[in-house]
Each structure stands twice: as structure tokens, then as C-alpha cells.
Design a protein. Structure first.
Length: 511
């Protein structure tokens, strides 16, 4: 090991705020011993020329390769004159063989101060051990970061002929709070997030290849809109005005369609001040797409193609496992109106029913409803309770009541309905789409009705956005819009049963 010529980290005691167990005390002592010996436990850089996967994939017994690798020590066997350890990098693990005669006695003695969890750099050549394991024979090694906290390494033992894993880092809440540890010790977690990135990259390519433009719209908004949800509120000091974290980016993207773009999309962080559960996080990601001169029927076909190709891209097949169900994403998907779906799964007919009659239907079904909610919310409650959980294979639920969709265009053949669909998979909504309302007079009437619902006590009803209405008055072409929940889509395609497993740092109650 070489000594860092730059100023090394001085020996010091840990902060009194850090509670030390015996292992941490020993690691702090080792850190100080290294510093006192003139070795910086935290040097500035290391020249890496290979990784574990590239070494293993390209290995040939007849031609050893000179390599420099870096990673975290995950196993270690310290012996007299030679030792073995495994390091883990971004691509996997590989074994390193360290011999005192090769690296020198001083460096070998330094190695004895290292622990599982320390990050090291190794330069040497590749070879295969007598047991057949591809490894790196170190000629030089360097400590790159001393780990002061022990990482929880799972152990195995044999019980009645079966391998039993114990001491695993498996507590889900602790894993979410300490995602950095989760990523170190649970490689499958890293794979989920790599696949998430592939899904988003595929979607970008899919949209852009159709000629649609990726854009950015405001996160801080003076008027929140585009969805039925409660916002987070903040204050801008310089302007002395209240602002909201966006609940959706729909109204800004429609302004761009008014401005002359034929297709725009945005991967957006949205924020809704609502409950937290397995399928909801207050901060979430969705992509919204708006394409001029198209309608919701065209958009259904696009969604079928997008999900099918994304599944093949990530899983190599047209199916996935989600919430314990084998899901086929091979088009075409089933299409069912919301009224027909409620009739099919409850036996109740909601077409043409008044608010009082809908309340009676809900009561007959055993639903207790808030007296303040209106007809649309009653239908939504019935659907969410008795229909949605039963829709396992991909199903487009279409043709919603007008009141439930104030931004959607009225149905061309069914009075009182709008042209809207939601895609339900595994009993959960994955995306939402409209033939977008572009008549500014009707849009004003719809938003003013939302304002009346808000006065009735519906705090999720939309607000009248005068600038958006002004934009529509300049003329927006026929347009199809789509919103896809990225977190839900990743859950579906990677087989995860909680949104917290596809978000690096989900929101949790304070420790």
C-alpha cells in the first residue's frame, strides 16, 4: 500500500453524539492507527481499469490480464503470509488473493487492520484458483475508505441438510430508512433500481422515436390543477405569495399543445398531501404525454404497445408476476365501461341514477359514505371497493361520468359520459387517459362546478385556473392525453409488492 502524499486525516476521537459498540470502537482505533502511521484512510482517487463482471466475462486461463479494480470488502480470510477476500463493486463480486511477499510486509500489516465493509483498490493480474474461482492476484492494494460501522452480513449454516440464512438485513422498515446499507447487502435491490432506469430509458426512446418533445414545466405553481388531490403548500418570501407543489403537470403541457407542439411529454415529480401505504407515496413520479389530433381510442392502442414492449425489454417476455399473479401484457387488453364493470361485479345498475339512488346502491352494498361526496365520488367508491381489486389481467375501464372527469371531452355518443380510460392491472390503476376537453366554454363550466363541489366540502375538487382557460380560448387542437404512474409501472414489471421497494428513499414516519 502506498502512503498518501497529501495531508492525511488526523487521528481524532469520535463525536460524543455517536454511540459506539465494541466493533465501532475497534474500527475507530484502527482508523487512528492508520492515520498515525501516515496512511490516509480516505485518499482522493484510484485508477480503476476493470470491474468484477468484465474480468469474469473476459477471463482466459492462458492469458492473465493486468487489472486495477476497486470495491467494498464483503468477506475476508486473514492468514499468516497470505489472505483472501472478496470485494463487491457495482457489477458484482470477485475474489482477491493477497500475499505478503508480493505487497511487502508493511502493506500486509496494514491489511490486517482492515475489516468487512472497508473500500479498497487492488492492482494485479487475473488467475484461477485451485478450486476454480476466477480471482485477482494483488501486487498492490490501497485503502480507499475506512468503514467505521460494521455492515450486516448474512451468514449461512446447515440445519438438517438445509442451508439456513441468519443475521440478514431483512427488516423492511430498516431497509427503507438505511437504503445505502440495503443496496450493499441485498444485490437484488440494486437490480430492481437498475431495471427501473431501463424502463424509464425505454419509455423516453419510445416517445422520442414518435417525434414527441420531452419538456419541463413548473413544480412550484401558483394554482395547482390537473388532478383531484390535496397539495403541499409553501410560501415564496420575495414575492410574498403562496405556492403549491404540483399535483400534476397536465395544464402546463396542454398550454404547450396550444402553443403549437404536436406532442409533448414530461417525466415529472408530483406531490400529493395524502395518505401513505403500499401503493401511495406523497412524492411520486409519473410521465404525462399529450398528442395533438388524437383521441382516447388511439391512446389505448399506444398504451398496449408501450407496456408490451417495455415488458419484453425488461423481462425478455410478454408477461410478469405482480402481487402473486401471472400477468400477460400481450395486446389486446380487455375493454369495459365503468358502468358495465360495476354491473358485472356487483349486479347493480348505475346508469341514469340520481345521487340519492347511488347512495342507496352504496348502502345496499354495505358502503359507508361521507355525506358530503357527490355522485361521481360515490361511483368511484363503489368501483374502488368492489371492482378494481378483481381486475387482475390488464383491463381498460372506459367512459366515466362527466362529474368524475372535469378535464375530459364529453362522449361522442353517450350523454353524461366522457371519453376517458384507466388501465387496471393486478387490481391497481397504472395509467389514466382522456380525449382532452378543448372547448373553453364547457371547460369553464366544468371548473366552476368543481368550485361548487369545493364549497360543499370536497377539498380535492379542482380550482378555476383563469390562465389555463385563457390559453384554451386561443384554441387547442383535438388532443389525447395520458398519465402513467412510473412507480406503479416499475412495481408491475419488476414484481414488487410495495411502492417503497421501487423508490430509493420513500417517506417514513420519523424514527
Amino acid at each position: 500500500m502506498t502512503k498518501e502524499q497529501a495531508q492525511h486525516t488526523p487521528s481524532q476521537e469520535p463525536s460524543q453524539a455517536v454511540t459506539l459498540n465494541d466493533q465501532m470502537k475497534r474500527r475507530f482505533e484502527e482508523r487512528n492507527h492508520l492515520a498515525e502511521a501516515g496512511i490516509n484512510p480516505y485518499p482522493y482517487s484510484f485508477d480503476v481499469t476493470a470491474n468484477s463482471r468484465s474480468i469474469i466475462d473476459s477471463f482466459q486461463d492462458a492469458t492473465p490480464e493486468e487489472v486495477s479494480i476497486a470495491g467494498r470488502i464483503m468477506t475476508i480470510r486473514k492468514m499468516g503470509k497470505a489472505s483472501f477476500f472478496h470485494i463487491q463493486d457495482a457489477e458484482g463480486r470477485i475474489q482477491v488473493y493477497l500475499k505478503r511477499d508480493d505487497v511487502g510486509e508493511a502493506s500486509y500489516n496494514t491489511f490486517k487492520l482492515l475489516d468487512i465493509g472497508d473500500i479498497v483498490g487492488v492492482s494485479g493480474f487475473t488467475f484461477r484458483t485451485k478450486t476454480g474461482e476466477i480471482s485477482v492476484h494483488a501486487r498492490r492494494f490501497e485503502l480507499l475508505s475506512k468503514s467505521l460501522r460494521p455492515i450486516p452480513v448474512a451468514k449461512e449454516k446447515e440445519v438438517d441438510g438445509q442451508k439456513v440464512v441468519y443475521d440478514a438485513f431483512s427488516d423492511r422498515e430498516l431497509r427503507y430508512r438505511q437504503r445505502y446499507v440495503d443496496l450493499i447487502v441485498n444485490p437484488e435491490v440494486r437490480d430492481t433500481f437498475i431495471r427501473r432506469t431501463k424502463i424509464v430509458a425505454f419509455m423516453r426512446t419510445f416517445f422520442s422515436s414518435n417525434g414527441w418533445l420531452e419538456v419541463e414545466t413548473p413544480i412550484l405553481q401558483p394554482i395547482y390543477g390537473g388532478a383531484a388531490a390535496r397539495p403541499f403548500t409553501t410560501h415564496h418570501n420575495a414575492l410574498d405569495m403562496e405556492l403549491y407543489l404540483r399535483i400534476a403537470n397536465e395544464l402546463y403541457l396542454k398550454r404547450l399543445i396550444v402553443g403549437g407542439f404536436d406532442g409533448v411529454y414530461e417525466f415529472a415529480k408530483d406531490f400529493r398531501n395524502e395518505g401513505i401505504d403500499r401503493f401511495h407515496n406523497p412524492e411520486f413520479t409519473q410521465v404525462e404525454l399529450y398528442v395533438a389530433y388524437k383521441d382516447y381510442v388511439w391512446m389505448m392502442e399506444l398504451v398496449e404497445e408501450l407496456l408490451n414492449k417495455a415488458c419484453i425489454e425488461v423481462n425478455g417476455q410478454e408477461s410478469t408476476t405482480f402481487l402473486g399473479n401471472e400477468i400477460s401484457l400481450k395486446p389486446p387488453f380487455r375493454r369495459l365501461t365503468i358502468a358495465d364493470s360495476i354491473k358485472e361485479y356487483t349486479g347493480m345498475e348505475i346508469r341514469g341514477k340520481s345521487e340519492a339512488q347511488l347512495r342507496d346502491i352504496a348502502k345496499d352494498l354495505g358502503l359507508e359514505l361521507d355525506p358530503k361526496i357527490s355522485s361521481g365520488k360515490i361511483i368511484d367508491e363503489i368501483f374502488g371497493e368492489f371492482v378494481e381489486p378483481k381486475l387482475i389481467q390488464p383491463t381498460f375501464i372506459t367512459d366515466y361520468p362527466e362529474e368524475m372527469s372535469p378535464l375530459a371531452k364529453k362522449h361522442r355518443s353517450e350523454p353524461g359520459l366522457v371519453e376517458r380510460f384507466e388501465l387496471i392491472v393486478g387490481g391497481k390503476e397504472v395509467c389514466n387517459s382522456f380525449s382532452e376537453l378543448n372547448d373553453p366554454v364547457i371547460q369553464r363550466e366544468r371548473l366552476e362546478e368543481q368550485a361548487r363541489l369545493r364549497q360543499r366540502g370536497d377539498d380535492e375538487a379542482m380550482i378555476v385556473d383563469e390562465d389555463f382557460l385563457r390559453a384554451l380560448e386561443y384554441g387547442m387542437p383535438p388532443c389525447a392525453g395520458l398519465g402513467i404512474g412510473i412507480d406503479r409501472m416499475v412495481m408491475l414489471l419488476t414484481g414488487q409488492d410495495s411502492i417503497r421497494d421501487v423508490i430509493f428513499f420513500p417517506h417514513l414516519k420519523p424514527e
